[in-house]
Design a protein around this ligand. Structure first.
Ligand SMILES: [Zn+2]
Length: 194
């Protein structure tokens, strides 16, 4: 499907540029206390991106308020990292989607392609099937998708909703941008029914 794209350095550079833009917007807004935001990036060691993953992937962009007594941490949304998951967001989507549909790819093949073991892949499937549909993010965001995406076919249905033009890189960018609000603190929390 898209395994070639997700192994190309140019794709990962494209997503890094999007992350830089998201970080820039966040930094310009500053801290809610009125303080300025300084760089305080998190070290990361993401997996699944292949051998040509750019060096910029060793950091998740993040900031810290410069005011004494505040020092609040502000982490912008990301199109690269899916919360605290070790694997890159695009990989977590694609591999789980490739296990769906009428002719699912074999686990062994996907393990080899994306350097993820059987248990990890099973966890991602559970994440999309059981956890993701219950998040506050999804309950609001799904209404913006036309046609409505059925929970039962997540995340394949998301790929089908976004990967529709002749520019898969751009489409992936749109999909990951759509999902980016859930990559910030609390973004994957399950909504508690009151
Ligand atoms: Zn502050």
């Amino acid at each position: 499907m898209h395994q070639e794209l997700l192994r190309s350095a140019s794709f990962w550079r494209f997503l890094f540029d999007m992350d830089k833009d998201l970080a820039q917007i966040c930094r310009q807004e500053g801290c809610s206390c009125g303080g300025h935001l300084h760089c305080a990036h998190y070290p990361r060691n993401p997996r699944g991106g292949g051998d040509d993953l750019p060096e910029t992937y060793s950091r998740r962009l993040s900031f810290c308020c410069d005011r004494d007594g505040c020092r609040k941490r502000v982490t912008p949304p990301s199109v690269r990292f899916l919360g605290r998951k070790v694997y890159l967001g695009a990989v977590v989507i694609l591999v789980a989607a490739m296990r769906q549909g009428p002719t699912p790819h074999r686990v062994r093949e996907l393990s080899k392609l994306f350097d993820a073991d059987r248990r990890t892949i099973a966890r991602w499937q559970t994440f999309w099937r059981e956890h993701f549909p219950q998040t506050a993010f999804w309950k609001v965001a799904r209404g913006r998708l036309v046609p409505t995406v059925e929970v039962i076919t997540l995340p394949l249905a998301l790929l089908e909703a976004f990967l529709r033009s002749h520019d898969p890189q751009e489409d992936w960018g749109q999909l990951l941008f759509f999902l980016s609000p859930m990559t910030i603190a609390g973004g994957l929390e399950i909504e508690v029914r009151r």
